[in-house]
Design a protein around this ligand. Sequence first.
Ligand code: AMP
Length: 428
Amino acid sequence: MVIYPMDAKYNTYAFPSSIEIFTFTKLKTIQMKTIDDFDFKDKKALIRVDFNVPLDSDFKVTDTNRIEAAKPTIIKILEDGGSAVLMSHLGRPDGQSKPELSLEHICDTVSAILGVGVRFVPDCVGENAELAVAQLQPGEVLLLENLRFHKEEEKGDEAFAKLLSKLGDMYVNDAFGTAHRAHASTTIVAKFFPGKRCFGYLMAKEIEAIEKVMRTGEKPVLAILGGAKVSSKITIIENILDKVDHLIIGGGMTFTFIKAQGGHVGDSICEDDKMGLALEILKKAKTKGVQVHLPVDVLAADAFDNNATTQIVAVDKIPKGWQGLDAGPKTLEKFREVILKSRTILWNGPIGVFEMERFSKGTIAIGNDIDEATTNGAFSLVGGGDSVAAVKQFGFEDKVSYVSTGGGAMLESLEGKVLPGIAAIIEG
Ligand code: AMP
């Protein structure tokens, strides 16, 4: 069997053969099967990957992260002596064949990353696809055409899923980014592989990271929630109050909490209709013994502009005409103390308007503190939306324990939802 070159980085992937998971199964223990539980020799693995990558105007891949993230799973299957049938969506073709969204554009890039030739078949179901799979030899890789060229994919159509199931002996789901969708290839297809379905390494890593934050992580557990609005984070906050010892609230969300407690927030972003909810959250946190840490001072600006005039003011005494756009120095000192004493840290949402340089310092400081805590042995997970963008922008990606690859899927996990793509593998 040919041994394909592996990056040192990927050699470090080590998983228990099964992982106990609770969160997704409403507190039932389940042994989660990963690809390490199977020998793929002479098996054709139908693998759902997330190759929804950005392309430039020449159809060249501009960010290969998602392809690289799926590599360890594909390589393990090839090294076992199996073959890989890769299926993914690309963009939003809405059930139409759109040449500009063909996965053929990424075939060479996938091949270069894997270090093995990749064949492409211009459909993902039907005669051509079945013939290409029949001809596939151990050690070979086949890439199917964009799943979303068929409207049945997003509808979770069972007949379409059955056609997909003909293209492999085993089903592997390694697409965390679409695990919150009950699509044919992410969820429905799994039922046609009883006893022959499992998670790839990427999915396993994501699940393990969420499990650490939600259940198995060392205490004290801290969640840092930032971002713009309370309303978009409310379900996460409610779910997380049962799991954490400390909750840092930062970013634009702050001001709804401060105004609800009688503070003056000037022109800062504030959801007046959520003030009751904010007070309820604080009350609930107290009952559950969760310590909530809110900012005490802010960097206030006279306009939502990188060139605005700024001043540091108390968070509850922001003058009219001024808005809080970043955390102040006392706040950062207070947050730092909490971060450094935590052993498990979740970070979701920036602490200020990090897109503007003048208001990015709070978010960078939090990143540095999490880096230090991680170096001292804490587990840190960054997940969901803009905090991932911030972490990448400021170079913290390799300094935290894990950066989630799935925006919506991570947010729904933190909300405590059972993701259909995960349930489909573990149920039955
Ligand atoms: P979210 O998607 O809810 O995580 O929100 C992310 C957005 O929150 C980013 O675009 C930030 O610029 C924004 N944000 C963070 N802090 C503030 C703030 N103090 N005022 C207004 N927007 C903020």
